[in-house]
Design a protein around this ligand. Sequence first.
Ligand code: ADP
Ligand code: MG
Length: 493
Amino acid sequence: MSLVDTRTPDPKKFIKGAMGDWEMVIGLEVHAQVTSNSKLFSGASTEFGNAPNDNVSLVDAAMPGMLPVINEECVRQAVRTGLGLKAEINLKSVFDRKNYFYPDLPQGYQISQFKQPIVGEGIVYLDMPDERVEVGVERLHLEQDAGKSMHDQHPTMSFVDLNRSGVALMEIVSKPDIRSSDEAKAYLTKLRTILRYLGTCDGNMEQGSMRADINVSVRKPGGDFGTRCEIKNVNSIRFAGQAIEYEARRQIGILEDGGSIDQETRLFDPGRGETRSMRSKEEAHDYRYFPDPDLLPLVFDQAFVDDLASHLPELPDDKKARFVADFGLSAYDADILVAEKISADFFEAVAKGRDAKLSANWVINELFGRLNKEGHDVTTSPVSADQLGGIIDLIVAGEISGKIAKDLFEIVWSEGGDPAAIVETRGMKQVTDLGAIEAIVNEIVEANPEKAEQAREKPGLLGWFVGQVMKASQGKANPKAVNDLLRKKIGID
Ligand code: ADP
Ligand code: MG
């Protein structure tokens, strides 16, 4: 890989060492399990959570004479992912054998792609708080997952579960364009969002369907790239951030002590928040890659790619741009809404035929706020898009005040029901009858003559009266009418 520096050093991201500033350089290799019912080269199921060795065909167990047959669905998913990453799709790619010995690898090699991957250079955009960062994708290739060794089940025996053996993975390799742990976390989050929109990987890091190898080096700002260490198999975005912060400081410590960095593979220990050495470059494998003689080169035509391209869903960047341009939402709100497709869909269902900003406000601040607090997500929301839309309609029609709307939201949240019917039966309607409001206004102003006197001098004090009237009307008085009548009664113009 030719390493080109595309970024201008940004002092905000520098790490202060004892001997001046340092800059991190990070590149990520993400393994994403392809969403498909069967494995990359066999018909065995990919279902998660089955009993050990339930999902194993003769091919996955590497029985002699068994031949791999490419699963077309996995090819489609890899191409769709490439398109989603705005990447070059290679009409011809080659499967290679990556040779190594491990008990959970019955073939003695992993089928992967080395020199000619299915997808070439692409790009991922990160919307950081004060800049848009472009992270280059170097390549995406298809490969098989290995099985799982289990050492903790028995004091003297180890077991092998081949359920994952042969499952299709996409390895997505970034360029070393990332300059902070925040950017690395944003990259993983964005990549996961794109994969989920495409439906090509469920992005479930706890179940291992997305894992990251994190390459970290440090350098003097803008200088030559330093020697990197690779932290293997990080399975949470939070851990990725912690591992990078630790690793960069470890390397700076060594360099400032006059040492040099050994290129090595390291592991992150979440319990200690540290990385530790697994193997050095000298111990690295020579995988003796060569084209797999059991498989022809993978070849398809442009029409195959164009057809997949024409059926791609709207992706998060486009959706965000549309929410900002067509609905007038802030970039911040749009980001929150497009982070998950189901959230964006929910918002669009609420906003349909309604004021978009008011809808966004209710979806994000009231609904999402509440969902977060209760550990729900949109899929299990007790308040549907129709119900939330109904509450918003009542506010816009002037039937209820904003304050009552929050009470109404609580009722719908815990008891369900049609918002308009609830307002009707529980007498929650806003009082717009000026006579009724005026009676309350008169009573309160007359009971507080000194305060009224002060408010006449300092209209800022009017808020106290508004509060009193709203309280006396149990929140049902129309706030604008209250304000107007108070000004008139007290004599503020
Ligand atoms: P390999 O296949 O041996 O792991 P690559 O050159 O393909 O090596 O790079 C793997 C990953 O390491 C890529 O994501 C790349 O961006 C990243 N990387 C390469 N050089 C550096 C560096 N000096 N510092 C940080 N990351 C790097
Ligand atoms: Mg690597």
